[in-house]
Structures are given as structure tokens and as C-alpha cells.
Design a protein around this ligand. Structure first.
Ligand code: UDP
Ligand code: MG
Length: 321
């Protein structure tokens, strides 16, 4: 057994990935063995309902480089990678998807950049294979929107596939927020950052674990965590509407006094009224997005509940020697 301290931690979030896990394990192991550095792979089972946890347990029992965390229920991708980072001990931490869309073979290039002195090396998706037109389009629009709204420079088209130096990982861990948009936070912490391009492959097997509902939640977390501009939008729209309705009133008054007829167009007025109500409700919904998140923070619940932790005692034993 390699007794040098762990140099590289690789965090892999898993949600119902029984179809890909054996292949992912194989390819990760190949790449990591070839680096000749002591490493740990941390599988984080995010409340899977299939055989993912059983498989991960088997790998953990037969391979001393594997550690396993298992959640009591599905807490979500962003929380899963946070838990993995919390329980990592490497001098550098790599976060990678389980479905092999992020090729493990890119990791040595990330390590290379890290050795050159970069603290954060994020993967840039030069090309996205096998993803639907809808996913590519919405992703592109969303990253553009976030880029425009936020004061933090979140790199375009970078996901969570990245390497973090220990100090960057510790900085991330010190951020207590619950509705986490990790790729944004990873920019916010600063340090010396760089990106490397890679081709995002097709999912190896199975289907996406990000249905529209989860995608929208992630997008809303990204925007509310990094911008207050949506709140200001209500103010701008309100001002425009007050001005427009004022002008219309003046016109109506003028028509009655000078042209001697009552302005027609009650249907138009009704439409304007409905529009106004719609805008008001939309503004309240935007407020709700922020206030709901404030409520989450105020409750200060733990980010996740673990039901199982495996493989960590090995290192405790090693340290005791
Ligand atoms: N994932 C997770 N919890 C979830 C959803 C996804 O841990 O609630 C994991 C999933 O197993 C995968 C990664 O997050 O390792 C990215 O998910 P996926 O590949 O389905 O997303 P997509 O690439 O389609 O955006
Ligand atoms: Mg994927």
C-alpha cells in the first residue's frame, strides 16, 4: 500500500448510475494509476434508488483507494460534490461527473496546469456531443444571461469538472450557503485560475439525471446567488408602466377637453390592466425566489445527512502506525 499522503482526491457524485459506474471506475483507475501519485476516489451516492450504492460498496471493499459517502436521500448534484470536497484530503481535488461526459483522461492535463502554479483549473466544453438541441441552446442562453447579470466573472461553458488546489477547496468549504451554485462559487473565491478545453462526450449509458425541473432550480440558484438585478427589474418595469399610463391619461384628457370626445378603447385599458397585474405577480415571484432562499439560510440546516461512510477508517489506521 502506498503510504505517502494522498495527493489527489477525485470526487464523483452518483445518482442512479448503476449502468455507468463499473466503466467509470475502470477508466478513472487507469488514469489515476498512470499518474503514480497516491490518490483517493470519493464516490458520493446521492440517495440512489438502483444498485449504485451496492456497486460502490463492492469497489470500496476491494480497493483501498476508494471512499464512499452515502446520503440519506437525494440532496442534489451540487450538495453531493460539496460533501465529497468536505471529506477529501488530497493536495488537489478533482470534481468529475460519473457518466464519462467529462473524460477522466483530461485529469493529467489539469494536474499539469496545477503543477505550473494554477489553483483552479476548470474544464471548458469546446464541443458537446450527444446532447439535445434544447439542452445546448438553453445552456448557452443561460450562461450568457448569467454572464450578463452577475458581477462575478463566471467563465462561459464551464461545468463542475475542475481541479481545485487544497486552499481553493478549503475556501469553497468555508462558504456556508445552502442553495449552492458551485461553479459560480468556484469563480467567486478568486485565486489563480485557468481553463482547459475538452470535448464533452456523450453520456456513456443511462439517461440524464437533470430533468428540466432540476435544471431550472440550478439556473435560479446561479442567478439569485450572483445577481440582484432581477429585483431591480421590477422597479424599471414599474417606472416604464407609470410613465406610459401617465401619457395615455394625458392623451385621453386632451381628447375629451379639446376634441370633445371621450377616448374610446376600454378594451385596450382592460388589457393594460391585466398586463399590469401580470407584471406585479411576476415581481412578487422574483421576490419569492430570493426570500425563499433567505429562509433556507435562516433555518441553517445541515447541507446533507449521511447514512453511511466507508473506506475512511483505512487512513485512520495508517495515521496511527
Ligand atoms: N447527480 C447527482 N444528483 C442528482 C442529479 C445528478 O449526484 O440529483 C450526478 C449524476 O450522477 C452525474 C452528475 O451529477 O454524475 C451530472 O448529472 P447528469 O450527467 O445526469 O447531468 P447532465 O450531464 O445531463 O447535465
Ligand atoms: Mg451528464
Amino acid at each position: 500500500m502506498d503510504r505517502r499522503p494522498v495527493e489527489l482526491s477525485v470526487v464523483v457524485p452518483l445518482y442512479n448510475e448503476e449502468q455507468v459506474l463499473p466503466e467509470t471506475y475502470k477508466r478513472l483507475k487507469q488514469v489515476l494509476d498512470s499518474t503514480r501519485e497516491p490518490y483517493e476516489i470519493i464516490f458520493v451516492d446521492d440517495g440512489s434508488r438502483d444498485r449504485t450504492l451496492d456497486l460502490a460498496r463492492e469497489f470500496c471493499q476491494t480497493d483501498e483507494n476508494i471512499k464512499l459517502l452515502s446520503f440519506s436521500r437525494n440532496f442534489g448534484h451540487q450538495i453531493a460534490i460539496t460533501a465529497g470536497m468536505d471529506h477529501s484530503c488530497g493536495s488537489a481535488v478533482v470534481v468529475i461527473d460519473a457518466d464519462l461526459q467529462d473524460p477522466p483522461e483530461v485529469i493529467p492535463a489539469m494536474i499539469e496546469k496545477w503543477r505550473q502554479g494554477f489553483d483552479v483549473v476548470y474544464g471548458r466544453r469546446a464541443e458537446r456531443k450527444g446532447e439535445t438541441f434544447f439542452k445546448k441552446l438553453t445552456a448557452k442562453l443561460f450562461y450568457k444571461l448569467l454572464h450578463g447579470l452577475s458581477e462575478v466573472d463566471v467563465p462561459l461553458d464551464a461545468g463542475d469538472f475542475r481541479l481545485l488546489d487544497r486552499k481553493a477547496c478549503d475556501a469553497l468549504k468555508s462558504l456556508p450557503e445552502r442553495n449552492r451554485y458551485v461553479r459560480g462559487l468556484a469563480s467567486w473565491i478568486g485565486f489563480k485560475q485557468t481553463g482547459i478545453e475538452f470535448v464533452r462526450e456523450e453520456r456513456f449509458a443511462g439517461e440524464t439525471k437533470y430533468p428540466l425541473r432540476k435544471m431550472l432550480k440550478l439556473a435560479a440558484d446561479g442567478i439569485t446567488s450572483f445577481s440582484y438585478k432581477p429585483l431591480k427589474l421590477a422597479g424599471y418595469l414599474g417606472t416604464v408602466m407609470i410613465l406610459a399610463s401617465g401619457l395615455y391619461l394625458l392623451y385621453a384628457l386632451g381628447a375629451r377637453l379639446f376634441a370633445g370626445f371621450a377616448a374610446p378603447g376600454w378594451d385596450w385599458l382592460a388589457a393594460v390592466g391585466l398586463f399590469g397585474n401580470g407584471v406585479t405577480l411576476a415581481a412578487i415571484a422574483i421576490l419569492g425566489e430570493y426570500i425563499g432562499r433567505i429562509a433556507d439560510e435562516a433555518k441553517a440546516r445541515p447541507l446533507y445527512i449521511l447514512k453511511e461512510k466507508m473506506g475512511y477508517d483505512v487512513h485512520a489506521k495508517l495515521r496511527a502506525r
